[in-house]
Write a protein that binds this ligand. Structure first.
Ligand code: AP5
Length: 246
């Protein structure tokens, strides 16, 4: 059975049921599987994945003012300033496809970003009658350090459809070629060992405190990310369903 059908059958969620999902935050270290899971969850609920990393990389590729500012910072594995990232997310949340909910992948990753998001959700995202009233569900995907290294160094992605692969763990059917559309797979510039260590340090010092921020507010649900993609997806879907009753 296809992953999506399997997860739906296991969780009693009907695809595109039109339900209000509200904000879902996928939280975790670089390589934890946020992007992989965001795509699966987005497909199940029919809500968008908002990846701040993807939006920043698109800006770098198009050499926008934001992209020119972010380029060197990202190349060093450091975090882009909160003001730039929050403005970017604020704009994205005004799009109509966010009305029933959205999945934030890679945001917030500093405490000021989390504080900003709370104020933003309080203020203007949703129709008062619907999903806006729902507090965010925060899923922390926990993965051992050595697995993170293997995941990051082996990651390849499709520049056309965005599908994520791993040469060690989830290889494409034909080496370096996307199963979906036949594009040649690419390696991210920041997936080299020097930059990976900088990204992991930034995570420890700036992003881990965000978990505490949400734990204190009883919004954090932990999922063991050292399991197969399918099992992590099932657990994340259960966490979302359970999160609504917190
Ligand atoms: P971003 O793009 O967000 O990168 P990241 O947080 O470092 O996370 P990754 O995309 O590397 O990992 P992931 O958790 O999505 O894992 P994936 O699913 O791909 O950010 C990049 C940069 O942008 C930052 O360094 C910063 O400069 C800037 N930035 C972004 N957001 C920002 C913000 N909010 N504030 C400031 N700056 C910001 O999976 C990884 C690999 O593992 C893949 O190969 C996959 O196939 C494999 N895999 C996944 N799950 C499993 C599994 N269960 N089992 C086996 N393999 C698996």
């Amino acid at each position: 059975m296809e992953l999506e059908a399997m997860t739906l059958a296991d969780t009693n969620i009907s695809k595109d049921s039109g339900k209000n999902v509200g904000p879902v935050i996928l939280f975790g270290a670089p390589g934890a599987g946020k992007g992989t899971q965001a795509k699966n969850i987005a497909a199940v609920y029919g809500i968008p994945q908002i990846s701040t990393g993807d939006i920043l990389r698109a800006n770098v590729a198009q050499s926008t003012a934001l992209g020119r500012e972010a380029k060197e910072i990202m190349a060093r594995g450091e975090l882009v300033p909160d003001s730039l990232v929050c403005a970017m997310v604020s704009e994205r949340l005004t799009h109509a496809d966010c009305a029933r909910g959205f999945i934030l992948d890679g945001f917030p990753r500093t405490v000021p970003q989390a504080e900003w998001l709370d104020a933003e959700l309080e203020g203007k995202v949703f129709d008062k009658e619907h999903a806006r009233a729902m507090p965010p569900i925060v899923i922390q995907i926990k993965v051992e350090y050595n697995s993170l290294l293997q995941r990051l160094t082996g990651r390849r992605s499709c520049p056309a459809c965005g599908r994520i692969y791993n040469v060690h763990l989830q290889p494409p059917r034909v080496a370096d070629i996307c199963d979906v559309d036949g594009s040649k797979l690419v390696t991210r510039h920041d997936d080299c060992e020097d930059v990976i260590s900088g990204r992991l340090k930034e995570y420890e010092s700036q992003t881990l405190p965000v978990a505490e921020y949400y734990r204190k507010r009883k919004r954090l649900i932990e999922v063991d990310g050292d399991q197969s993609v399918e099992i992590v997806t099932k657990e994340a879907l259960k966490a979302i369903e359970h999160g609504h009753s917190l």
